[in-house]
Design a protein around this ligand. Structure first.
Ligand code: FEO
Length: 402
């Protein structure tokens, strides 16, 4: 990649992570993820955000910085300390030992914790400014809990660029076409999907704070949004802001009039009934997303569930409890605040059942409106298929009225 000019004396530098690693050690990124950093060259030089020592990202960043002819940085501005943006800090400081780090108070404590760095660290707070010369003036604004407590954004006044770090980000590598106005409809559709998955996986639990952050930034004249993952919004920055507000609104509902099914089956007896439920849902013309576990990672089911009003969870009873892979899905849904859903559970049992009892107990605090489950012993009979069809249809009808 090359450094990309965004405005006079302001550049995007960075790297794509495409080595097959999991993001945060747990989320699949089959189409990669970009780590974006930003170089500002006033009379003083600044680098906003950094990279992790990951898939040659530091070498890539260094190459682009060298191409810009920059020998030293006066400032390293760290909006967020999660190691995908700071993991290379000790290596960077060996190359640029005189750089002053600017971050929030909580950020400074994390830098000491993660990297044992305490010298040359200055704390900034909301409203503080930094004049780099040549008309480049930065303003800092704390946006706590989007998605870590130390997080801030940096706004450049003359260009109207908001360096937003994780806020407004997305999974997916980026090409040298980094701006929204350079992408095809298909490419936009890809980042739309991957921004939802990123949001549901990483940011969703903090949706209240996303809403607060957007309200806090409302007075800024934002002409460009430059996140630390994904594309840069130059033509239409309000699109990604509105998209994030829409995603945030799903937490308390209502979400989209769609249904997500997550299912797992041991010998195919639960799987057989899935078709009847889907037919019932489709008879009402409702969009349905289907995810199988443990075959598919929960990352995608989370994204679908986040935006759906209705959930169908299919699992057999396994040793008096839920089929363990589905138990793990529900545990993740609880952790990631998949709240306020209309829910149907279905599944087979071998002798006495028990999955429903555990399901009821575990989902008690989730604000789920659960329908009567569809359960049967062994292989479903015609009447069980009929009940499954009718339950799918009833769920679809209900979510259309929410
Ligand atoms: Fe991209 Fe929260 O780090």
């Amino acid at each position: 990649m090359k450094a990309i000019k965004m405005a006079e004396n302001i550049y995007r530098v960075g790297a794509n992570i495409e080595n097959g690693d999991l993001f945060e050690g747990m989320w699949p990124i089959p189409d990669g993820v970009s780590l974006n950093a930003y170089v500002l060259t006033g009379l003083k030089t600044a680098l906003i955000d950094l990279v992790r020592d990951w898939d040659n990202a530091p070498d890539e960043l260094t190459k682009q910085i060298d191409e810009l002819g920059i020998k030293k940085f006066d400032y390293l501005i760290l909006n967020h300390i999660e190691p995908d943006h700071t993991g290379w800090l000790n290596g960077f400081l060996r190359k640029h030992p005189d750089t002053k780090i600017l971050t929030t108070k909580k950020g400074a404590a994390m830098i000491e914790g993660f990297y044992h760095v305490t010298e040359n660290v200055s704390v900034v707070k909301s409203g503080d400014t930094l004049d780099l010369g040549k008309g480049i003036e930065l303003v800092f604004e704390e946006i706590p809990n989007v998605h870590w407590p130390e997080t801030m954004v940096t706004y450049e006044k003359s260009s109207g660029i908001l360096f937003a770090c994780d806020a407004f980000g997305s999974y997916g590598s980026i090409s040298e076409k980094v701006f929204d106005d350079q992408l095809s409809e298909e490419e936009h559709a890809f980042y739309d999907r991957e921004s939802l998955r990123y949001y549901a996986n990483i940011v969703g639990s903090f949706s209240v704070f996303v809403q607060r952050a957007v309200a806090k930034l409302a007075d800024l004249e934002i002409k460009m949004i430059a996140p630390s993952h994904g594309i840069i919004w130059r033509e239409n920055p309000s699109e990604i802001i509105n998209r994030y507000l829409k995603f945030a609104s799903y937490m308390n509902g209502p979400a989209e009039p769609e249904i997500t099914i997550v299912w797992g089956s041991m010998y195919g007896n639960t799987k057989e009934v899935l078709t009847s439920i889907i037919e019932g849902i489709r008879s009402e013309g409702v969009v349905v997303h289907v995810h199988q576990t443990p075959d598919e990672d929960v990352s995608w089911a989370l994204a679908s569930a986040w935006k759906s009003r209705g959930l169908v969870l299919g699992m057999p009873t396994y040793e008096y409890k839920m089929f363990p892979p589905m138990s793990a899905v529900i545990d993740m849904f609880e952790r990631k605040h998949i709240n306020n859903k209309k829910v149907l559970r279905f599944g087979s049992y071998g002798w006495s059942g028990g999955a429903q009892k555990e399901f009821d107990k575990i989902t008690e605090g989730l604000k789920w409106d659960c329908m009567e489950p569809v359960e049967w012993q062994g292989r479903a009979k015609e009447e069980d298929h009929k009940k499954a069809y009718e339950s799918g249809k009833a769920l679809a009808k209900a979510i259309k009225e929410m």
